[in-house]
Write a protein that binds this ligand. Structure first.
Ligand SMILES: Cc1cc2nc3c(=O)[nH]c(=O)nc-3n(C[C@H](O)[C@H](O)[C@H](O)COP(=O)(O)OP(=O)(O)OC[C@H]3O[C@@H](n4cnc5c(N)ncnc54)[C@H](O)[C@@H]3O)c2cc1C
Length: 303
């Protein structure tokens, strides 16, 4: 399970300022973040495309408190969407509704999301909506449901660790959503979420079967060999083609495995973050693999 202390550290603004200013953190940031701007993100995207891997572009930044910030993020995403066809067809964009203003004004956030979805339709791209902490989870689900009829190609991340998830999935009646099933990266209370790693993995296995049986084109966002194995076996058992679903992984994590999956005929998409506001994202990655934390702390103190 993600390390809870580190997930708290991810929200600490003072540490964020120290870590972001410290140039010695660069090597570990570079492992997980594809670049500071869109140009670098395209370069990393094209390298992955050459290896047969698609990407989902993620502009770093979250939990904004001013509408001007959410407008700026929307503009940045529009710039990416308008260029997808020329730069890297097949790419998607992944957006966090806390970056589009959900904590300030849910209606404004929905408008920002609609602007991205409309542009994506025009430019042949797809929008994926990340699922964040449960404090914005219900609102995220409500906004996603409101846009789904007009944008059935969009995708929503669904967290296996959340107790509410099976019920949420059943609540989609007329239009079945395209989902990205993930374990869940946030610090949640035991009343809301499963907190034991084995239980989360079991729930992931159960939900992956359910998704393969009931949902269109599901994506499995995981690096876990057990979960990946179960998805492959279940899909084969259900008579699905290897290209009826996709695996998704994070930039910088298990790169060799991505190649192996492509070689075996599976679709693979890498979630590719770029931008300068990397701190909360990176700390969540450290929380998932605390061995990485030592490297990060060493870089902070210059060791
Ligand atoms: C494409 C994608 C999109 C995601 N979107 C969301 C989202 O919208 N909302 C959300 O809550 N979570 C999201 N996540 C994160 C997810 O919830 C998990 O926290 C994360 O994927 C780790 O879980 P795991 O399934 O890889 O299994 P784990 O059991 O955590 O990891 C399995 C193995 O993968 C490797 N690994 C995992 N994480 C790391 C890492 N950070 N660094 C190095 N190696 C690692 C290790 O070898 C580890 O043993 C996303 C993950 C992916 C891959």
């Amino acid at each position: 399970m993600p390390n809870r202390l580190l997930l708290h550290v991810a929200e600490n603004k003072k540490l964020e300022a120290i870590a972001t200013r410290n140039r010695l953190t660069r090597p570990i940031v570079d492992r997980y973040v594809a670049g500071r701007g869109l140009d670098e993100a395209w370069t990393a995207t094209k390298a992955l495309n050459r290896a047969g891997i698609d990407v989902s572009l993620d502009l770093l930044g979250e939990s904004v408190h001013h509408l001007a910030q959410s407008k700026a993020a929307t503009q940045e995403y529009l710039g990416a969407i308008e260029n997808i066809r020329n730069q890297a067809p097949g790419s998607t964009v992944s957006v966090k509704l806390s970056q589009l203003g959900i904590m300030i004004d849910p209606q404004e956030c929905a408008n920002n999301l609609k602007a991205l979805l409309t542009a994506a339709t025009t430019h042949g791209a797809t929008v994926e909506v990340d699922m964040e902490h449960s404090s914005v989870g219900r609102e995220t689900l409500a906004i996603y449901k409101s846009i789904l009829p007009d944008h059935p190609n969009s995708r929503l991340a669904i967290q296996a660790n959340m107790r509410q998830t099976p019920e949420d999935l059943l609540s989609f009646t007329d239009i079945k959503p395209r989902i990205r099933l993930v374990k869940g990266a946030f610090d949640e209370s035991s009343s809301d979420a499963l907190c034991d790693a084995d239980e989360v993995t079991e729930q992931y296995k159960y939900l992956s079967r359910w998704a393969l049986q009931h949902l269109p084109d599901p994506a499995f966002g995981t690096h876990d060999d057990t979960c990946i194995g179960v998805v492959k076996e279940t899909a084969a058992e259900l008579g699905l083609d290897k290209r009826d679903f996709e695996f998704q992984m994070l930039y910088g994590v298990r790169r060799k495995l991505q190649d192996e999956l492509v070689r075996d005929g599976y679709r693979v998409r890498v979630y590719l973050p770029y931008g300068t506001q990397w701190y909360p994202y990176l700390m969540r990655r450290m929380a998932e693999k605390p061995a990485n934390l030592l490297l990060f702390l060493r870089s902070l103190i210059g060791g």
